[in-house]
Ligand binder design. Structure first.
Ligand code: NAG
Ligand code: NAG
Ligand code: NAG
Ligand code: NAG
Ligand code: NAG
Ligand code: NAG
Ligand code: NAG
Length: 278
């Protein structure tokens, strides 16, 4: 009994203060995975304590999860939305004229997530590798582009929105369907353009009508857990299906998705799957 209380005492005082052990239990999180950030709870396998498979940082003052890597200028990359069905998160990528390609790659890549192939990146500056006769995968209206350049305050860089000044790189046509392969942006394709900066990004979303909508200033990241469905250590919940996915590093990872009509994160260590309220 005595040891039990000592254990609890240590647990309470050794955990980071902004995380709460009791809420991790209350929300059904995995062992010591706290998924609370201020008033926000994130879906497993995300969380804010070392026991979570994918650890995010928390800006508790605005109850907002942020990517763990802070940009060179202190730029924080906020998580805007999670989608447990598609195993994706959308993060804000504020327009910037001083975010190098390597920095963008570092910020947006983690051990268990990477930029999805539905994300198009807008690059600027130099772009000596650009091949004007071969569109790299997406285009953007001139008006939108000059607005982006103004927002980013690319001072002294002029208003040049010619193809040589701004390149857009996307990996996949907007309407191809998800598969094991081709889930992630090919950074090699981005680096080949030899541009200085990643100005901003867009998520190419195909509507039911078949038209593409563009959300500027956002990037979609896909995530996975290590191991395949056959040997995955993180178990999918009872009503979830497991899918293998090829990670940007080339290995296989896996994802869990709740059965159609059910909600939840799909993990037995998380909230599992449950019937929605509707
Ligand atoms: C997954 O594997 C990578 C190495 O391939 C490792 O860096 C990472 O920490 C692992 N993630 C988890 C959640 O175990
Ligand atoms: C997740 O993505 C799927 C497919 O794009 C979409 O149908 C669903 O509404 C999304 N869920 C949320 C919570 O945004
Ligand atoms: C930081 O921001 C300033 C002003 O916006 C810019 O001049 C500088 O190049 C930036 N530095 C980095 C490393 O992004
Ligand atoms: C540019 O793209 C065209 C069409 O894809 C190709 O034929 C040409 O070889 C490319 N040029 C360079 C320099 O890569
Ligand atoms: C950019 O364009 C705006 C109007 O389109 C113009 O007022 C401004 O002087 C231009 N800036 C530069 C640096 O060319
Ligand atoms: C989009 O999908 C249609 C039918 O599914 C296909 O014929 C067309 O080639 C696709 N477009 C692209 C750019 O892949
Ligand atoms: C969920 O799982 C239970 C038990 O395995 C099963 O009886 C039920 O049919 C499943 N529901 C759906 C929607 O897959």
């Amino acid at each position: 009994m005595h040891h039990f209380f000592l254990f609890l005492f240590l647990l309470v005082f050794l955990l980071p203060h902004e995380t709460s052990y009791s809420t991790a239990i209350a929300s059904g999180g995995g062992d010591l995975c706290s998924r609370r950030c201020g008033g926000t709870t994130v879906p497993y396998p995300f969380g804010f304590s070392p026991g979570c498979p994918i650890v995010l940082s928390c800006d508790a003052s605005i109850s907002t999860p942020i990517l763990p890597y802070i940009g060179d200028n202190g730029t924080m990359y906020r998580v805007i939305a999670f989608n447990s069905t598609t195993s994706t998160v959308v993060v804000g990528l504020p327009p910037s004229c001083s975010r190098s390609v390597p920095e963008a790659r570092r910020v947006l890549s983690g051990d268990n997530y990477g930029v999805s192939s539905r994300t198009g990146l807008f690059l600027r500056g130099g772009c000596s590798g650009i091949n004007a006769s071969a569109a790299a995968g997406c285009s953007v209206p001139m008006g939108v582009m000059s607005r982006l350049l103004r927002t980013a305050q690319c001072v002294g860089l002029g208003n040049d929105t010619s193809p040589a000044a701004v390149a857009c790189v996307a990996s996949r046509p907007a309407n191809s369907t998800a598969a094991v392969h081709d889930q992630f942006l090919l950074w090699e394709k981005v680096e080949k353009q030899k541009c200085d900066d990643v100005l901003t990004s867009t998520v190419l979303v195909l509507t039911v009508e078949g038209t593409a909508t563009l959300e500027f200033g956002e990037a979609e990241l896909g995530w996975w857990l290590n191991g395949t469905c056959a040997d995955g250590v993180e178990r999918c919940a009872a009503n979830a299906t497991c899918t293998d996915v090829q990670t940007p590093g080339g290995e296989l990872g896996h994802r869990c998705e709740c059965a159609a009509g059910m909600e939840g994160d799909g993990f037995s260590a998380g909230d599992g799957c449950y019937l929605g309220e509707s």
